[in-house]
Design a protein. Sequence first.
Length: 642
Amino acid sequence: MKADVFVGRETELADVSALLERVRHVTLTGPAGAGKTSIALRLAAALEPAFPGGVHVVELADAPADVGALTEMLARAIGAPERPGVATLRSLIDVLVPRRSLIVLDTCDRVVGAAGILVGLLLRSVEELRVLTTSRQRLGLPGEHLYPIGGLPDDEAVRLLMTLTHDEPGDGDPAELCRRLDNLPLAIGLAAGVTPGRASGPRRHGSMRVALGWSHELCTPAERLLWARASVFSGTFDLEAAEEVCAGGALTSGQVLDGLLGLLDRSILAREEGEGGVRYRLLNTVREFGLVWLDRLGETDEVRRRHRDHFLALSARAEMSWQGRQLEWYRRLVLECGNMRGAIEYCYSRPEEYRKGLDLVGNLWFLWACCGMQAPGDDLLQRGLDLDHTVSPERVKALWVHAWVSIQRGDLERAERILTECAAEDSDGYATAYVSQFQAHLAVVRGDVGEALRLIKHARVRHRSTGNVFPGFLPTYTVVATAMMLAGHHNQAVSVLREGRELCESCGDYWTLIRLDLLLAQAELLLGNTASAVAAARGSLRGARLFGDTISLMEALEVFVVIAESCSDDAFAATLFGASQAAWESAEVPPSRSPIVTSMLRVIELRLRGRMGRSTFERLTAEGSSTSLRTAVEHALQGAFS
């Protein structure tokens, strides 16, 4: 088994080759183990024909940080005479001037300053010279072009692993293994049992720990401390979180930003910018190294507590202002899911912290019930409730949230049991309105219209008295409207839904608007108003996409099956039917929990089979089932319904 296997990187090789035609100095940057050296050596070999003056490779891993010493090393590499003092530099320039040459300076990390001075002198003196350097940080020259080297693409990472293990990667998913290793070639090679030789990198790369240790030595004390403390973050984090969690003692809040910039410059930290602003990320391998150092510093518990407190406070802020800033908070907290889960897991691992963990989970009810995260929410709620059965406000809240999530997941019997338990433990009556609200939901699904209306009336009165607009009063419109449709009062249902829509828009409750539009489409269909049904269903789909609300997306697709069939577009109806059924199977929850749509679909499926024939129907539904939910939603939004 060879240690110098080189897989992929065609894009990087082509990019850097083209870049060296346009510019004179390129630095390959990136984290330890990314393969900067391997790429540089590959380029050096490939570019020899383009440089008649030669391609000269010098490794600086063990070089002294002295310009004179570096000059002598380079002179020996290209065969220039060594002379006293600056004479060596002159002889070096004399050798390089006549013909186009490429100098590759590998591993400049320890000698960035001296290497920068030498490269600057040579580039100013030799017009046809090109320089390729590898370093975890920039040399800082005006004409330097940085080319970042990260992990391999997923397919190339798996190909490297399979090549190194002779197609026997062992147990588990090879793609998942590579992702845990950040798709870094060195880490993959070590996981495959390969000990790198010189062809794969310098001696310091005998292990990822050694490679990361090299990066650690290059950091200032403040940067090392920040690296260790920032390792408690899972996924990305922002400056606010870094200052609150990482500052303290020898690292002041004012030093955190400088430390982040320093870690960025040394390729230890990655910077990401998107809708959520600027965020930072430690690679998994870098994070694990930092966690070891955090433990050695004896700060693990203290920093994890600060991490927990920050995200508990953030979850409380999000819950308090969710109603009027729903999309804003959804987009922010999607980025924080890893950190939220990390904070919850920390609490769950300590008996004295259970209640705080349950508090955090309960605060995030909108993620679990409204934003397509029912499965992780269900797991975290169940685990927290199982850890401690002591009655508390946090537990009562977690119970009604868990009942709501159970309804979303189609587990109606469990929801009923949880609501009974919640009512028994709620001595202060805090959750009475929620218990009635979700019991009404269960009643309407069973078709018990009278009981549903009785329960929802009680819930609405209680929610009004406490000023609970959302998640209390506004979602009750869905139960009232569904009950009216089941009773055959379709025009009244439309009036109720339009009233609810107006209130949602005035209050900034755009998630409930998704559910109301979904029901409005059904009511309009029952009245024969196809155009109005299409408009409402499209509004529901567009809103559900914004919130990542998978449940609403799947239910809306079923509404479009009904719409397509009512418009005599049987092929489209069958295709969407297959796509919606496949989406429900993938979500692992029972399909079509809307009692209105459920009854419609049973009839439509029989009609489609009868009109199209079994083979055609099954062929089209099979085509639909191979379509992703995202693609099916796009087709529904773009469909031409008459």
